[in-house]
Design a protein around this ligand. Structure first.
Ligand SMILES: Nc1ncnc2c1ncn2[C@@H]1O[C@H](COP(=O)(O)OP(=O)(O)OP(=O)(O)O)[C@@H](O)[C@H]1O
Ligand SMILES: [Mg+2]
Length: 252
């Protein structure tokens, strides 16, 4: 079963064709890489998949359902979660509260429960607290639960963003350059975390990343974008040995 099918996706920004005839198929449980030089259109693809930008043409099918032109909120409810190229956390909130925000989407209680602080309200709050803590444990962030997000080490902030995205129970997780700004040790840890996420959660992952060691080390298939068009789609071995890819990255 394909989790995601993207057919001939394209978008124009004024006179700029930022993405053109983009095709992609992601299978259940797959860890898929999206790479390409700066300005190739990678983040723009994520923005179309998550409803930030409406595609100019093409189709996006999530588990067979067309999600073109749905709102970000609706797409999130249908199961796509993401992290951002620049960290977007609630910096003044605690680590656990950042995760709870993601969880509240799924736990609905009515106004009467929350105003009257009924037993049901407290039970749900406890459930949310427990689930948030479990998620933090996967990322070994539980010891920082009450620390303000802005006081976490940089690498941990990036991992917290992934934890928060997972709180919505996505079927597809989009990671936009999660290793950006990390040192080699943090990158190594992140690689283990991403592998663990795929193993422990029922989720497919689409990863944008410039760190080749990371991409080559964990992705089963990779698509290379260049000037908005797909240059190649293949296994890590096929990608690193392709002359066109080498040229796109290193120039003539
Ligand atoms: N909202 C927008 N309006 C106009 N042009 C845009 C907009 N968003 C992106 N672009 C342009 O689309 C092209 C692709 O940008 P995008 O951010 O998707 O690249 P990228 O592959 O993510 O690059 P990087 O590796 O630097 O993050 C660039 O030329 C960019 O300037
Ligand atoms: Mg980008």
């Amino acid at each position: 079963m394909n989790v995601l099918e993207v057919k001939d996706l394209g978008i124009n920004f004024g006179g700029l064709r930022a993405v053109d005839h983009f095709n992609l198929t992601i299978k259940k449980g797959e860890l898929y890489g999206l790479i390409g030089p700066n300005g190739a259109g990678k983040t723009t693809v994520f923005n179309m998949l998550t409803g930030v930008y409406a595609p100019s043409d093409g189709k996006i099918l999530l588990q067979g359902k067309n999600i073109n032109n749905l709102s970000c909120h609706k797409i999130s409810q249908l199961g796509i979660a993401r992290t951002f190229q620049n960290i977007r956390l609630f910096k003044d909130l605690s680590v656990i509260d950042n995760v709870k925000i993601g969880l509240h989407e799924r736990y609905k209680y009515n106004l009467v429960d929350s105003l009257l602080r009924t037993k049901r309200y407290f039970n749900l709050e406890q459930q949310i607290e427990d689930e948030a803590m479990e998620l933090l444990e996967v990322f070994r962030l539980h010891t920082y639960a009450r620390v303000k997000a802005c006081n976490l080490p940089y690498g941990k902030q990036r991992e917290l963003e992934i934890a928060r995205a997972l709180a919505t129970h996505p079927i597809l997780l989009l990671l936009d350059e999660p290793a950006a700004g990390m040192n080699p040790q943090e990158t190594q840890e992140l690689m283990e975390v991403i592998k663990k996420v795929r193993k422990n959660f029922d989720v497919s992952i689409l990863l944008i990343e410039h760190d080749m060691k990371l991409v080559m080390g964990i992705c089963e298939r990779i698509t290379v974008l260049n000037y908005g068009s797909v240059l190649l789609c293949g296994t890590p071995e096929e990608v690193v040995n392709d002359p066109q890819v080498i040229k796109a990255y290193l120039g003539d």
